[in-house]
Design a protein around this ligand. Structure first.
Ligand code: CA
Length: 238
């Protein structure tokens, strides 16, 4: 359940938005001034802030500026009067946050909120994982079976392509083009060499050889991966 903080001092609008949010499955909390909005938003307990610009104690611009200065990444949807829209856009400095102009239909606000919440989820997807193997694309941290592993840049790129396509067979040609940028096969065994490095670092049974075709990342922690390992060994003996 997504918790929405609503900072709005006009009781009529606050109640209309609060009811609408509740009926769409959100959990809203209403505050009537900017200082309280800032304090609540900083608690980290909210998934999104709907922020009026004209607020007592601290206006919406200052709330947003202070939140970002304090490194809060909470998504913010601004409510602003239509006739001061241009001031608002200037005040948002680059428009990193979304806005809805008053008067608005609830559906408009709802669409903005949903969009921002989706953005938020997309950010979280900088971590790719299959079973107990995970790759953090931002920190470049790699974990396998709860242990952190160091990968070279090329190994990381190869692991990333494999993790983006779990269970899918990727040909050597595809891997050469995606990881090494070759659009032809230079006739080297560089892909096989790097797959060997990755197997050593991440666990041999995670990357399956598909005979005559290429490689496939499998969930080594799931049941039934034993057969894959056998197939792999047969291929290597060849
Ligand atoms: Ca107001």
């Amino acid at each position: 359940m997504k918790r929405i903080l609503l900072a709005e001092d006009e009781a009529r609008i606050a109640s209309f938005v609060e009811k609408g949010l509740r009926s769409h499955g959100f959990t809203p909390t209403v505050v009537g001034d900017g200082q309280t909005a800032y304090d609540y938003a900083m608690s980290g307990e909210f998934d999104l802030l709907v922020l009026d610009i004209g607020l007592p104690r601290l206006d919406g611009f200052s709330v947003l500026r202070q939140l970002r200065a304090a490194r809060s990444t909470v998504p913010v949807v601004i409510l602003t009067a239509r006739d001061s829209l241009s001031d608002t856009l200037a005040g948002l400095e680059g428009g990193a946050d979304d806005y809805v102009a008053k008067p608005f239909r609830f559906e408009e606000l709802l669409a903005r909120i949903r969009l921002r919440l989706r953005d938020d989820r997309a950010l979280e997807q900088t971590v790719l994982s299959v079973g107990s193997l995970s790759l953090d694309l931002r920190t470049r941290r790699v974990e396998a079976d709860g242990r952190t592993t160091e990968l070279s840049a090329r190994e990381f790129a190869l692991a990333e392509v494999l993790l983006r396509n779990p269970g899918k067979v990727l040909s050597r040609g595809q891997l050469l083009s995606e990881v090494w940028g070759y659009d032809f096969d230079p006739g080297s065994n560089v892909v096989d060499v790097y797959v060997r490095y990755l197997r050593r670092k991440l666990g041999a049974d995670r990357i399956q050889t598909v005979r005559g075709t290429g490689y496939r990342l499998v969930d080594a922690d799931a049941r039934g991966s034993g057969a894959d390992t056998r197939d792999d060994r047969a291929t290597r003996r060849r």
